[in-house]
Design a protein around this ligand. Structure first.
Ligand code: SF4
Length: 739
């Protein structure tokens, strides 16, 4: 393996280490992508501390997708009904710069928006922030992380004074009680789950509690599965807190020395007696009491959560209510304990560090803080007050801005909003109205390409160097190991060239991503996410490192410095007085509860093999065979009532749209609730888009939409729908034309 390369899996936020190598000479004839390039072999990197050599099906097959359906040249068209024509990069850059200048002069900088992605490397994120927030003077940069984990960000900030998961993956093997809420970890974060499941199986005293309306593969392994009604998480958590307080399972010293706001919280939880909570949540009092006992008796409690908590109109309140349990029992800042948010995208964490949401600036700074703005303006060498003090548009605000005409130019990169945003018909109608949309992407076609005026071909993982941070704050360098296809360019290099052409030559004089990284880490100095001790060279030499990693304390070779493993080991938090904050909340329930007209709750989620909107996994044979078609899970009682049989077709209608799926009749889903996977856009199936049904109501703090739940009605479809015809479409059927 002398020619092997160590890198990071570019799929999910677990961030597994991979070792890739070119196929042996004798296999090169067979192991080739559709563009003729050899498909590299993948195996888990045993030396990577996060994954220890493990890899799931997505990581194991990732190189298969690199050579398929690539966008190779810039393409342009005047209007959406015209075919694309190939243009040079020079013409593409001229178009973008002219458009930016015209829109800025006519409507102001806030009429320009960029929607980026947790698939970016940190360097891509950073240069995009500098271009939008520093040089154009608008904070209208948001990323698909808004849909994924922005409630975790606001929850951590409000409770601890700063973002950043305080735990590490070693805690999975040190905990006595793992409390998983709103996360199907077994399917969505498989290698995190492998580590936890092994620990759970090998140690009888270790308890696994899973809170999820579905009996997922994760729930199958649980000692206690609480199948609560959708939207009752806060009731459950307050009910558990009530019992912990009543039974004396709390840590008065920790509460006294390290927190603020307990008395207000204690008043609230007194209103959550077990009988009321059990009834609201749809569980038994006994199960509620068991959950509180398991938490209260454990020496080390680790909670894990992801989209089931974050994608909610009260996502921040849910995160803080969960953190309250850790604060009242002193379960934070020690091995095997703490509130651990699992990120979805591979570099959602890097996006947070680089300021990649519309209210953030690099180094865990906020656009609302004048000192933060001044510090960033100084490093960027832009005039004082160049950075706007007003948070920019979120992903959904960009859609409403297109509707009203306030957004005149939209630049989308490395994401697929024509599948992943809520209320898809409305989203698509708004995208159709866009006066000028630039779409920067590695693949063609995608659903979003149909709404673009200018397509920019981007390098794919394996063709570019950059860093990514996983859920445990571990930064891995992903080096380029394949020659870029066609005319593709790195995302950061595209942003930098536009910056130079706009007159910011000095600000965008980068020639390599290592130079970008070196400037970025300077903006993390003395911040919670201090990475000044990292560089591309050091990461290449020593392997992945966790932050905080200041340059004042170089870590021993190959290791994060011990303090970096966990945050808050000194139980001092990033608030002005060093104390964590309790947040006291009552549940408001679902933004759109079921009613007589729409009597079922639809919940959406992910499957083991597919990734997001299938841009890559849909192009991987093994994964398509594993999950060929979408479906709807429905409880036998509901199915019987509606005359629905297994594999029978069901039309699902919400107030916004409809979709059709074959039924999977199963007790894995609670009566009154149905489940649909979110992976299928119009490219891969007809009328099977989960987000045709969802609504955009969002959390008032994190502005993350409630993609997890909406009210629907179910109708038995008698028309003869043939799944072969409905789902096995050729990609070209949906592709916008290219001349
Ligand atoms: Fe990749 Fe996530 Fe699977 Fe690890 S668990 S191999 S990071 S998709």
């Amino acid at each position: 393996m002398s020619d092997s390369v160590k890198t990071l899996c570019p799929y999910c936020g677990v961030g597994c280490g991979l070792e890739v190598s070119p196929p042996a000479q004798r296999n090169q004839a067979t192991n080739r992508a559709s563009d003729g390039t050899p498909i590299w072999k993948v195996r888990g990197d045993r030396a990577h501390p996060s994954s220890q050599g493990m890899v799931c099906v997505k990581g194991a097959t990732v190189t298969e997708s690199i050579g398929r359906d690539r966008l190779l040249h810039p393409m342009m068209r005047e209007s959406l009904d015209q075919p694309f024509r190939q243009v040079s990069w020079d013409e593409a850059f001229t178009q973008i710069v002219d458009r930016i200048q015209t829109v800025k002069a006519t409507y102001g900088a806030d009429a320009i928006c960029m929607y980026g992605s947790g698939q970016f490397a940190t360097e891509d994120y950073y240069v995009a922030q500098k271009l939008m927030k520093g040089c154009l003077g608008t904070n209208n940069f948001d990323a698909n992380s808004r849909l994924c984990m922005s409630s975790a960000v606001s929850g951590y900030i409000q409770s601890f004074g700063a973002d950043g998961p305080p735990c590490c993956y070693d805690d999975l093997e040190l905990t006595d009680c793992a409390f998983l809420i709103g996360t199907n970890t077994a399917e969505c974060h498989p290698i995190v789950y492998n580590r936890l499941r092994k620990h759970h199986k090998q140690n009888r005293h270790v308890k696994l509690v899973v809170v999820d309306p579905r009996r997922t593969p994760t729930a199958e392994d649980a000692d206690l599965h609480l199948a609560i009604k959708p939207g009752t998480d806060i009731d459950l958590l307050n009910g558990m807190a009530h019992l912990l307080l009543r039974w004396g399972y709390y840590d008065p010293e920790f509460i006294e020395d390290c927190t603020q706001g307990f008395s207000k919280f204690a008043k609230i939880i007194r209103l959550y007696p077990p009988s009321v909570v059990a009834q609201r949540c749809g569980i038994s009092v006994k199960d509620l009491e068991t959950a509180a006992h398991l938490w209260g008796k454990a020496k080390r409690v680790l909670s894990l959560w992801s989209m089931g908590i974050n994608q909610s109109s009260e996502g921040t309140a849910k995160v803080r209510t969960l953190i309250n349990l850790h604060l009242m029992t002193g379960q934070v800042g020690k091995p095997g304990a703490g509130p651990f948010s699992l990120t979805g995208q591979p570099n959602a964490m890097g996006g947070r560090e680089a300021g990649g949401l519309s209210h953030l600036l690099p180094g865990y700074r906020s656009v609302l803080n004048p000192q933060h703005r001044a510090e960033v303006e100084h490093v960027w060498n832009v005039p004082s007050h160049q950075i706007s003090p007003v948070p920019g548009r979120t992903a959904w605000d960009m859609i409403t801005g297109l509707e009203t005409g306030d957004v005149q130019m939209l630049w989308i990169a490395a994401t697929n909003p024509a599948v992943s945003l809520p209320d898809l018909e409305r989203t698509k109608a708004a995208l159709r109205k866009s006066p000028f949309t630039v779409y920067q992407e590695a693949y063609y076609p995608t659903e979003t390409a149909a709404f673009a005026h200018l397509l920019l071909p981007a390098t794919q993982w394996s063709e570019k160097s950059g860093t990514m941070t996983n859920s445990e704050r571990r930064v891995t360098l992903c080096p380029a190991f394949q020659r870029p296809r066609g005319d593709v360019k790195e995302d950061w290099a595209i942003f930098a060239e536009v910056g130079r052409r706009l007159g910011f030559e000095q600000q965008f004089a980068f020639t390599t991503s290592a130079e970008v990284h070196a400037e970025f880490v300077q903006l993390t100095r003395d911040r919670p996410c201090d990475m000044t001790g990292m560089s591309h060279d050091r990461l290449q030499r020593e392997g992945p490192l966790q932050w905080p990693c200041p340059d004042s304390e170089p870590a021993p070779l190959g290791e994060a410095k011990p303090a970096a493993k966990r945050l808050y080991t000194d139980v001092r938090f990033h608030t002005p007085d060093g104390r964590a904050r309790f947040g006291a909340y009552h549940s408001r329930g679902l933004a759109e509860p079921p009613d007589d007209q729409y009597p079922y709750v639809l919940t959406t989620g992910r499957l083991y093999g597919h990734w997001h909107t299938q841009t890559r996994t849909g192009r991987t044979d093994k994964i398509r065979q594993m999950h060929p078609n979408p479906f709807i899970e429905i409880h036998p009682r509901d199915a019987k009532k509606l005359g629905i049989e297994n594999d029978g077709w069901v039309e699902v209608r919400s107030r916004r749209g409809f979709a059709r799926f074959p039924a999977k009749v199963t007790k894995a889903i609670a009566p009154g609730t149905v489940f649909v996977p979110m992976h299928w856009g119009s490219l891969w199936a007809d009328q099977a888009e989960a987000n045709a049904l969802t609504h955009p109501e969002s959390c008032p703090d994190s502005l993350q939409p409630e993609l997890k739940a909406c009210a629907v009605q179910l109708i038995l479809v008698s028309a003869e729908l043939d799944s072969q015809n409905a789902f096995r479409r050729e990609l070209s059927l949906s592709s916008p034309p290219i001349s």
